[in-house]
Design a protein around this ligand. Sequence first.
Ligand code: DMJ
Length: 619
Amino acid sequence: MTTPALLPLSGRRIPTLSPGAASFPHHRATLRLSEKFILLLILSAFITLCFGAFFFLPDNSKHKRFDLAESTLGDSPGEEESLRDKIRVDHERALQEAKEKLRKSRDELRAEIQTEKSKVVEDLKKKKEVPKPLPPVPMPKVVGVNDGDPVEPDVKEKRDKIREMMKHAWDSYRQYGWGHNELKPLAKKGHSTNIFGNSQMGATIVDALDSLYMMGLHDEFKDGQEWIEQNLDFSVNAEVSVFEVNIRFIGGLLAAYYLSGQEVFKVKAVQLAEKLLPAFNTPTGIPWAMVNLKSGVGRNWGWASAGSSILAEFGTLHMEFVHLTYLTGNPAYYQKVMHIRKLLAKMDRPNGLYPNYLNPRTGRWGQHHTSVGGLGDSFYEYLLKAWLMSDKTDTEARKTYDDAIEAIERHLIRKSNGGLTFIGEWKNGHLERKMGHLTCFAGGMFALGADGSPDAKAGHYLQLGAEIAHTCHESYDRTVLKLGPEAFKFDSGLEAVAVRQNEKYYILRPEVIETYWYMWRFTHDPKYRQWGWEAAQAIDKYCRVSGGFSGVKDVYSSNPTYDDVQQSFFLAETLKYLYLLFSSDDLMPLESWVFNTEAHPLPVLHLANLTLPGSQAQR
Ligand code: DMJ
């Protein structure tokens, strides 16, 4: 049996329910009609009371407003009157505005809302972009930023041709790919690769700026500057390569700042650098290869051995980061790169060589592969350049470079049967007799490091640079297009030629021309200008299309197909080195400037006269 429930309603007890009623809702039906009527009456009386109370409550807001006015205006009758007038006028205006709104069409209202919205967005953007004030630091001595006009008319003519090629590359990008990272010169539209994530950060603009400046293309430079001022924003949800962003963007912006003195480049470089810092949050402080610019989450390339970071990537930050600390007074940048150096110094090196892979979680080497080309190259370059950029005071960097090069010479550098000096790749104790186009930069590096090398070996290293330049020239000369393949062998009777189909491409790379330029500066042997001119003509003949310049898929084919990419480094490096090759030496002298691995010049910092925040001297 169910015990009947009592329903308390206005203190009145509901009669007991009939036995057998199964649940509460059904019990209502058992109430008599007269009782229902009384219930309804009470309910309606209650509702009326509630409504009445709500309507007759005093208007609190009015009181509040009046109180406030009283306290500020005082209580003189004149002031009170003027306040009343003001309220009346306000009310009338609000009424009028409401009436006008009602008279407007739906489209007009929509347009109005849209304008309001855009205004808010613009205001927010402006607020966000208020540049952080940076401490004033003395501008390092900027020498040799001049027109570098060569005296000889034929050299001048060649240089003019290079400037024209730059103009064609830039104008095409301006027309078809503006704001995108790179250009597809055949499809005539923008292009990007995974190194920039899914961002649209105008990589070509930033990479090209200093070349434009040196070539005297000032309208184009201004155009680029304007785009950067108005559009370059790093708060994007994009996973980018820390290395590529550092060498192309930070390097490019810093060089543009030093050349032009325009603050915006410095500010943007610092904003971007802050976005890269979370990449260093690993158990060892060896940065991740990639970082999401918005979230700061980092990770490594899926293809890298055992989840490793890459030597040429985490080892190619030093130059830019030292300048960032110099310009901002923030020790973090300097400390991050010095920490990497210290960690590497403590590690065992198989045969004195640095493997290309290092796990940022465990601090252990991955596969024992060593290369002066892809994955290793610019690590060695930055050791030498750290020393040069410090006005030769960073002797620790120089010593590390010398030791590394000594091991490389012993294990990786050989002469082919035909007498060509080449740099092979070390794979688990075995030398692969193959050299990459990327490795060809080493000729210039050896020449640049000759002065200051131990045991009076300057002549030896200059000679080594010349031999590498010769080998790399051979790799160009032995093709149909007179452009170098991506990789070439010295094996089974082969000398400086590519074997595999997927190594026969040329993607507008600079390394061979880079070495010609350094060799020219140190020797003034006319063959380097001659070789550079051969390469420039081949590029103009086989890579130029109406929409810019494209890479080619097979340098051994007289009828090559295009890869349809105009790489940003073509404007940053290839054309810049060619231009410098046909300029006089007083344009960007090597005593005052050090070029980063993307050919962005940074001035020598006379560190003997200043102490970087965070450096040991300061601590
Ligand atoms: C450039 O982005 C840099 O030179 C980098 O160090 C390696 N290679 C490309 C161009 O080939």
